[in-house]
Write a protein that binds this ligand. Structure first.
Ligand code: SAM
Ligand code: DTB
Ligand code: SF4
Length: 328
C-alpha cells in the first residue's frame, strides 16, 4: 500500500491496493478507517447538507438508476426550473433546520448558458444567507464553471458513479471521459469537487474497488466524496436490483476513507432503508457528512426527528458552517 512517512494522502493507488483493503477482516478495516478519519476530523462531528431539486425530471440521459430520466416511466413529472425566490425560501428553512450547505440539483445533461443566469442568482442568494453552496447540473464547459465560480459556488457535484468497465451497463448517453472532463473544468475554475458514486447497482466488488481507485487517483482528491446506496425506484431498470449486504456498503465507506483520508466522505442516498446500526457503522468507518431533510431530490430521506434521535443515540454533533468558530 502506498503510504509514506510524511502523509497518508496519495494518488497512486492500484485496484489491487483497493481490493486488499476490501478483503481485510471487518474489524481491521474499520479500525484503520476510523484511525485515518481521526487524523483529519473530529470523529463525533457530522456535516449536514440539504438537497433541492431545482429542475426536476425529463432528463435526456439514460442513467439506469435515476427516476428523473425521460427514458424511464416513473412517477416523477417533468417540471421547469424553479423561481429563484422559491429556492431561497427553501434554503433559509434548511439553514434553520441545521444544514450548512445547500445543494441544488438539476435533471439536465448539461445546463444551457441561458439557464445559468438563474442558477447564478440562486448561488448568490444561498451565499448571502451564509450557507455553503453546491450545484449538480450535469456536464459543464470551462466558461460555465468559471461563471459559477464568479457567482460564489463553493462545490460542484459530479459523480463517477461506478467503474469505467461497468459504466456502459448503467449509462449509454455519455462517457466516463465526459465525466472526467467536467471534473477537470470544475477544478480549473477552482470550485471544490464533490465526486463519488453509487453502490448496489449489481456491480462487483472489483467495480467498487476500481471506482474508488479512480476517485483516489484524482489529484487533488475530491474534497467531498458522496457514497450513495441505490434507491430502487419503480419504473427504473434497476427497480429490482439485488439488495446489497449492508456490511459491504460500510466497507465501501471505510475503503473510501482510507484511500482519501482528508476528504469528507458522505453517507449519501439510501439512509431511509438503513438501520440506525448500519448508519452507526458508516460513521465508525469515517463518514463525516449526511444529507438532511425528508427528501433527497425526488426520493425520501429520514426526517429531522429521526436524525436528531440518531445523533443523540450516537453522541454525534452537527458540524458548524465552514469559516465559523469550531469548524474543522
Ligand atoms: N443530472 C446531474 C448529474 O447526473 O450529474 C445531477 C443530478 S444526479 C441525480 C446526481 C447523482 O445522484 C447521480 O450521479 C447519482 O450518483 C445519484 N443518484 C441518482 N439517482 C439515484 C438513486 N436512485 N439512488 C442513489 N443515487 C442516485
Ligand atoms: C449525490 O451523490 N447524491 C445526491 C446528490 N449527489 C445530488 C442525489 C441522490 C439522489 C437520490 C435519488 C433522488 O432523490 O432522486
Ligand atoms: Fe439525468 Fe442526472 Fe438522473 Fe442521469 S442522474 S438521468 S444525468 S438527472
Amino acid at each position: 500500500m502506498p503510504l509514506d512517512s510524511d502523509t497518508d494522502v496519495h494518488h497512486d493507488w492500484t485496484i489491487e491496493d483497493a481490493l486488499s483493503l476490501f478483503r481485510l477482516p471487518f474489524n481491521d478495516l474499520l479500525f484503520s478507517a476510523q484511525t485515518c478519519h481521526r487524523r483529519y476530523f473530529d470523529a463525533n462531528q457530522v456535516q449536514m447538507s440539504r438537497l433541492l431539486s431545482v429542475k426536476t425530471g425529463g432528463c435526456p440521459e439514460d442513467c439506469a438508476y435515476c427516476p428523473q430520466s425521460a427514458h424511464h416511466k416513473t412517477s416523477v413529472k417533468a417540471e421547469k426550473l424553479m423561481p429563484v425566490d422559491d429556492v431561497l425560501v427553501a434554503a433559509k428553512q434548511a439553514q434553520e433546520q441545521g444544514a450548512t450547505r445547500y445543494c441544488m440539483g438539476a435533471a439536465w445533461r448539461n445546463p444551457k448558458d441561458s439557464d445559468l443566469d438563474d442558477i447564478c442568482s440562486m448561488v448568490e442568494g444561498v451565499k448571502a444567507l451564509g450557507l455553503e453552496s453546491c450545484a449538480t447540473l450535469g456536464m459543464l464547459t470551462k466558461p460555465q464553471a468559471e461563471r459559477l465560480k464568479q457567482a460564489g459556488l463553493d462545490y460542484y457535484n459530479h459523480n463517477l458513479d461506478t467503474s469505467e468497465e461497468f459504466y456502459g451497463r448503467i449509462i449509454t448517453t455519455r462517457t466516463y471521459q465526459d465525466r472526467l472532463d467536467t471534473l477537470e473544468n470544475v477544478r480549473h475554475a477552482e470550485i471544490k469537487v464533490c465526486c463519488g458514486g453509487i453502490v448496489g447497482l449489481g456491480e462487483t466488488c472489483n467495480d467498487r474497488a476500481a471506482m474508488l481507485t479512480n476517485l483516489a487517483n484524482l489529484n487533488p482528491h475530491p474534497e467531498s466524496v458522496p457514497i450513495n446506496l441505490l434507491v430502487r425506484v419503480e419504473g427504473t431498470p434497476l427497480d429490482h436490483a439485488e439488495t446489497l449486504d449492508p456490511l459491504d456498503f460500510v466497507r465501501t465507506i471505510a475503503v473510501a476513507k482510507i484511500m482519501m483520508p482528508d476528504s469528507v466522505v458522505r453517507l449519501s442516498a439510501g439512509r431511509e432503508i438503513m438501520s440506525d446500526e448500519t448508519q452507526a457503522l458508516c460513521f465508525l468507518a469515517g463518514a463525516g457528512s449526511i444529507f438532511v431533510g425528508d427528501t433527497l431530490l425526488t426520493t425520501g430521506n429520514p426526517d429531522k426527528d429521526q436524525d436528531v434521535l440518531l445523533f443523540e443515540r450516537l453522541g454525534l454533533h452537527p458540524a458548524p458552517a465552514e469559516g465559523t468558530p469550531g469548524a474543522t
